[in-house]
Ligand binder design. Structure first.
Ligand SMILES: Nc1ncnc2c1ncn2[C@@H]1O[C@H](COP(=O)(O)OP(=O)(O)O)[C@@H](O)[C@H]1O
Ligand SMILES: [Mg+2]
Length: 262
């Protein structure tokens, strides 16, 4: 295994006050190494998105810290925000690709804007780079000239990946990226993510409630339940010999698995 890249150490996120206060994430520790794909799996409300938001610097933890390449870049105590010099290294794509794309911008413009923000390139060069990124995600120049509403859900999700790739991140966090798209589009997106990992050495944190998808893409997995990481290990081992009853439950709920199929 290559070296440790991103590390969330003992991350706790508390929401609410007084009697309403609760921990959405409790002392969760996760790591991803260079070129590694790890999964975070758990049912809705288990804290996956909150943990991911901390890792990319969108949510300040109540306790714990985020380390990147061995340096603390974000924590409960020090930094108000993750420093810009570090933020580009971890990028996140969200469940709903529609809400993360500006409906009034053509697809290529949305990606070119991200390229310009991070690379400060002249307009023509940013456009070239945007079209190149879109191409790697299977979006043609023709499609790149459209507005998001003319694309399918799967295409829009691939556009958001292209946009997330604009700064040349080291880690891509994909938060339930396939949950709003149809099955063939899901397979296509998963294959493209896998290619980014195997061919370009991008580290991926793949978040899903579906352990079946997690198994396809990742070699290591964290199982979250109500804010706690209850089990972790190599994905295959966890699937074959789950140690925690909650993991067993998730395995039984993989689509197409029920009665006797396990
Ligand atoms: N900004 C917030 N304020 C208050 N509660 C929140 C906030 N964000 C998430 N939560 C709550 O934290 C818990 C975990 O949510 P989330 O991280 O979105 O879980 P998941 O992504 O696993 O579905 C849920 O109970 C959710 O309602
Ligand atoms: Mg979520």
């Amino acid at each position: 295994m290559t070296e440790l890249l991103l590390e969330g150490k003992e991350i706790t996120v508390s929401f609410g006050r007084g009697a309403e206060a609760f921990d959405a994430v409790r002392a969760a520790s996760v790591t991803v190494s260079g070129g590694e794909a790890v999964g975070i799996v758990g049912e809705s409300g288990s804290g996956k998105t909150t943990l991911a938001r901390v890792l990319v610097g969108l949510q300040r933890p109540s306790a714990g810290e985020v380390r990147l390449e061995g340096e603390r870049i974000f924590s409960a105590h020090n930094e108000q925000r993750m420093p810009r010099s570090e933020r580009w290294k971890t990028q996140m794509i969200f469940q709903d690709p529609y809400s993360s794309l500006n409906p009034r911008m053509r697809v290529w413009q949305a990606v070119a804007e991200a390229v310009q923000v991070w690379h400060n390139l002249p307009k023509a060069a940013a456009r070239e780079e945007a079209l190149r990124l879109l191409q790697t995600m299977g979006i043609s120049d023709d499609q790149a000239r459209q507005f998001p509403k003319s694309l399918s859900g799967g295409q829009r999700q691939r556009v958001s990946v292209a946009r997330a790739l604009a700064p040349g991140p080291k880690v891509l966090i994909a938060d339930e990226p396939t949950s709003s798209i149809d099955q063939s589009a899901q397979a296509q997106l998963l294959n493209l993510l896998r290619r980014l990992q195997t061919e370009q050495g991008l580290s991926i944190i793949f978040i899903s409630h579906d352990l079946g998808l997690v198994r396809y893409l990742t070699s290591r997995v964290y199982v979250m339940q109500k804010g706690d990481i209850v089990e972790t290990g190599e994905t295959q081992a966890v699937m074959e010999q789950p140690q925690h009853p909650y993991t067993r439950l998730l395995i039984d709920s993989i689509p197409g698995r029920g009665n006797g199929a396990a």
